[in-house]
Write a protein that binds this ligand. Sequence first.
Ligand code: SAH
Length: 345
Amino acid sequence: MILADKLIRDHTLAGEEYAELLEAWEDREIRAKLSKEAVMLRKQYYGDKVFTRGLIEFTNYCKNNCYYCGIRCGNSNARRYRLSREEILDSCENGYGLGFRTFVLQGGEDPFYTDEILAELIREIKGRYSDCALTLSIGERSFESYRLFREAGADRYLLRHGTADETHYRKLHPENLSLANRKRCLYDLKALGYQVGAGFMVGSPGQTSRELAEDLQFLEALRPEMVGIGPFIPHHDTPFAEEKAGSVEQTLFLLSVIRILLPKVLLPATTALGTLDPQGREKGIMAGANVVMPNLSPVKNRKQYELYDNKICTGEEAAECRECLARRMESVGYRLVNERGDAAL
Ligand code: SAH
């Protein structure tokens, strides 16, 4: 309890202290204490608002082979798809009508979408919806590419760092990928003036409190505007098919800790959390999260963007998805708003 109080007082801990505090995630009393503080902080900066992002999963082609991910290039069972320019623009139009004021273009690392194709698309979307924020989540690219996208009008970039520990990173990724490059990307994005989102999976194979402590220290150093965390969930066609899924409670614990570390951070209650627990996203909000990211992809492709097994919201209409989340948020005393939802100043 002493460390929880110290975190609440100082909004920071030393490395060994994080690891020790994280060992206590199963302690209900400590969880309750941290989530109470986290909710107090999120209310102070964001009231009862929950921001939404319309997630457009525009390609499941990927040149990478991350051991945890269902759309890794080595998964020959994945049915691959790419959305056309028109399908992407239709998704935005549909989303705008539903009240979304942020669009997130997410995909595997797909070289088909060259810098030029993407920059044109970004300009088109920002030209049509100047009151909306545009977020990219398309993996690692060069400083020059990021600069081009930024100049084309992209506002935000999501790139979970995955893990901040070198040894752990090697357990999750093949040889050709590097943690150094991942971190380089995040710092480049910051330097270019993007609102940046880092993050990691909770309960990924080989992760202990020590690795999580490093993740928290990395977040403290980077000071991202957004942090995306969700439980690891195995996918049947990956090397991690037989691994155990992460825990909902541990994810909730970490959401609260991150809210206390970075009080103004934009913190989504993720789809993975909703996949492991039917009330997962509501619980995420009650642990300090303030963002939800409903799916805006064409219904015909939703099932194909399968990063992990049993992903939810792959069958409903986009409209229902937003309505469903609005009801869910209201059921726990919060409300979805039709705003860009930038980080509080
Ligand atoms: N290719 C882009 C974006 C798509 S992947 C990128 O690398 O950033 C987005 C995130 O999904 C990953 O960073 C990872 O944290 C998460 N993810 C992938 N596989 C997962 C799994 N099996 N369980 C839970 N989350 C997963």
